[in-house]
Every structure is written in structure tokens, then in C-alpha cells.
Design a protein around this ligand. Sequence first.
Ligand SMILES: Cc1cc2nc3c(=O)[nH]c(=O)nc-3n(C[C@H](O)[C@H](O)[C@H](O)COP(=O)(O)OP(=O)(O)OC[C@H]3O[C@@H](n4cnc5c(N)ncnc54)[C@H](O)[C@@H]3O)c2cc1C
Length: 425
Amino acid sequence: MINMKKHIVIVGGGFAGINLIKSLKNDSRFSITLVDKNNYHFFPPLIYQVATSFIEASNISYPFRKLFSGYTNVHFYMGELTKIHPENHSIETDTGNISYDYLVIALGTESNFFGMENVKRCALPMKNIEEALYLRNYMLLNLEEAARNKDPQEAEKLQNIVIAGGGPTGVELAGMLAEMGQFIAEKEYPEIKHGLSNLYLIDALPTLLSPMSKVAQETAYKKLEELGVKILLNVSVKDYVDGKVLLSDGTSIQTETLIWTSGVIGREVPGIPEESVGKGRRLLVDAYNKVFGTENIFALGDISLQLTDEKFPKGHPQLAQVAIQHGNNVGRNLKRIEEGKEQIPFRYDDKGSMAIISKFNAVVDLPKFSFKGFLAWLTWLFIHIIPLVSFGNKVRLAVEWFRLFITNNPSIRLILLPKKNTDQE
Ligand SMILES: Cc1cc2nc3c(=O)[nH]c(=O)nc-3n(C[C@H](O)[C@H](O)[C@H](O)COP(=O)(O)OP(=O)(O)OC[C@H]3O[C@@H](n4cnc5c(N)ncnc54)[C@H](O)[C@@H]3O)c2cc1C
């Protein structure tokens, strides 16, 4: 008997991929293969809390196989996409080849270093769990070295932390590092005389949180300044040489830690027609997320550039809600194609944006008004728990946050650098 099921291969199990899968799960007309280079889904908006030793990585990640264990039509395949072959409907990964009826590309983005090779080589990006754990270990090791170092200049260099990028991630990271420095410094690092770190937050634009409201921008600036963060605006990073960050105004900062939250670029997708790649290396798609110049390939979420939505003529912001709504709409449309119905064009329902600045302080921009302070902070916590994929993760994170915000003292500052067979060293 011929298998009439449509095989949908989804590459990338982030917000877009997972929500597409949820909308098609247990539908016997489709057989779905999710390909991802990791075996887990994770929640990027809380990565900075992993990097700062505030929460465990497992609080915001979940294994795909466990997630799909009750789904009858979904398979997981671990592999990294290396090339697509539109002409014979197949993809190549580092672990094997797979053919498809429909291909969905939901690979997200990677850090953009704007062609600065030294920055790319030596700065610390923070886009995924691995990078966040690396950064956590790196900062903790630096603190130990600063505590041992008797040379004040060297110690200062180790304590200086420069965050490039004053968007929500940079602001959230700066606020949390500044607060942790205050709460933990005296108790745990008595050898370090002038606090845990000198924090610099740098942005090329004239304001922090540039896509947000004036209320949000001013609140973030004021609160971070109160926390002792040195904010440099209208200045960009030009190079990073010999532990020195060189800035566009001719000044420089000595540091061993340059954290890069400054920009993103779409991941490369070898095999996609060149004319389908738009600004920011995003894949140009039509109103139904079909990639220009292809027949049965869709792109969703951060990696896609859709210019057909009247309210967003320059494309949608690269946010979780866009990816979630893309996933849901493409799921609905794939069903409609099967049913011979017309597809529904994508329209983004903007639910607003928010950023946490410090304990009890956040800013929230809703489509019609903005608010800040404690209520905004509670809203932020609630909104960031809801999209976690499992009930267990939601409960664990809520309990953990409650404990941490009361005690001000996360206890997972462990330097863990896994090695094989350490006995023989
Ligand atoms: C630090 C940080 C903080 C953020 N904070 C917020 C926030 O507060 N609010 C908000 O709305 N948005 C926020 N965002 C943006 C938001 O996370 C993205 O818009 C969203 O994750 C996009 O979803 P996506 O499914 O398109 O891609 P992603 O979520 O990036 O998922 C991509 C998936 O593709 C996989 N993958 C990548 N390359 C390959 C490959 N070659 N082969 C196989 N698999 C691959 C990855 O493992 C991953 O699972 C933040 C992003 C970051 C990095």
C-alpha cells in the first residue's frame, strides 16, 4: 500500500518549530520529523539567568524525545543541517540525509559580529545554553583569579565586564550582574576590595532598549545607573585587542570579559537560492511563509523575513511571539492545503514587549500603554513562566524564583568543566 502521509521535515526546534509541531500533533495525515542539533528545546529569554548562575539550565530546557513521547506522528532526529537539495526534496545533515514532502526551516539566528574578527574570536556571545554555561564558568574563574591577583591593574582588568548591546538582553544581564555583585561580594569574595565587577553597558544608539517606549528607556537607564552600571551610549565597539575593547570615540576599556549581545544574523542555509536571502541573511517568504523561489519550503521565526504584513512593512521583529504565531499559522495552512482550502495569510498580533531591570523592577510596553515597577516585574515573571514547555519546568522555576528573590543568594556558582578521566592528570 502506498503511504499517502505527507512527510514534513522541520529543521529547528525553537519556538517556531515546536509550535508548528504542536498544531499538527497526532494528525494522521502528516508524519513529522524534527531535526535539531541539540536534543532539547530551550527558552532563550531566560538564558541570561543561566549565565549569571541564577538558575539551572534544566529549568529552561526540555528533551525533545520526552516532549514528543505522547505524540503519535512526530519523530526526533539529532543532526545539524549542512545543506538542502530543493531539486530532489532532501536535506543533508552531519548525521545523515532525509527526504521530505514539505521542508520547514526554523533555524533562528546566530550572533552578528559585524565583520570584526577579533571580537568574533574573543568576545563571549550568549545565545544558547552552551554559551551561557561557558560564560558562567568563565566569569566564575575570572573572579577566582581576581581574588588571587595582587596586582591592582590586573585585578581590575579581571573585574571589568563590558556588555556590548543595550537591548533587552544587555539590560537584563547588566541589572542581574550588578545586583549579584552587591548581594554576594562582601560575603563570598572578601579578597576583592571594590565589589565583584565594574560593569560597562555600551550601545551605538542614543538610548537603551531602543525598540521600546520612552518610559521603558528612561527607567532602564535610571535604575542601572543607580546600580552602578557605567552606561556608554552613542558609542560602538570597533575592535578587541590584547584584552582592550577599542571604542568608536577613541577611548578603550581593559577587560578580560567582553559579552556580546549586540546583534544577530540569520543562520546560513546552503542550498537555498541566493535571491531568496534578504537583509540580515533572513529568508524572504511570502504571506504564507513559503520561501521565495521554492515550491515546498517554508521558513518561520527569526530566520524569515516577511514583508507582506501591512503593519510591519519592513518585516517583523525577531521575537518569540512572532515565531510562535508563525508556527501556528503554518500548521493551520498545511492542514488547509490537505483539505483543498485557501491558505490564510500571516498577520502578527503584537502583544507588546517587556524587560526586567532589577529585582522588583521591570518595564512593560503593551500595544496601548506602558507601565513599570513592581506590577511590571510580576507581569514579567508570569509571562516568562507561561511559555516554558513542561508543567514541571514551570513549577520548578516558580519555586526557584520565589526562593531566590527572598534569599538574594543563588547557590549554583559551581565551576563545572566536564573532562574524561581526571584521575590521571
Ligand atoms: C538571549 C536572548 C534573549 C531573548 N529574549 C527575548 C525576550 O525576552 N522576548 C522575546 O520575545 N524574544 C526574546 N529573544 C528572541 C527569541 O528567543 C527568538 O525570537 C525566538 O527564539 C525565535 O524562535 P525560532 O524558533 O525562530 O528560533 P530559535 O528559538 O533560535 O530556535 C532555533 C533552533 O534551531 C536549532 N538549530 C540551529 N542551527 C541548527 C542546524 N544547523 N541544524 C539543526 N538545528 C539547528 C537550534 O538548536 C534551536 O533549537 C531572545 C533571544 C536571545 C538569544
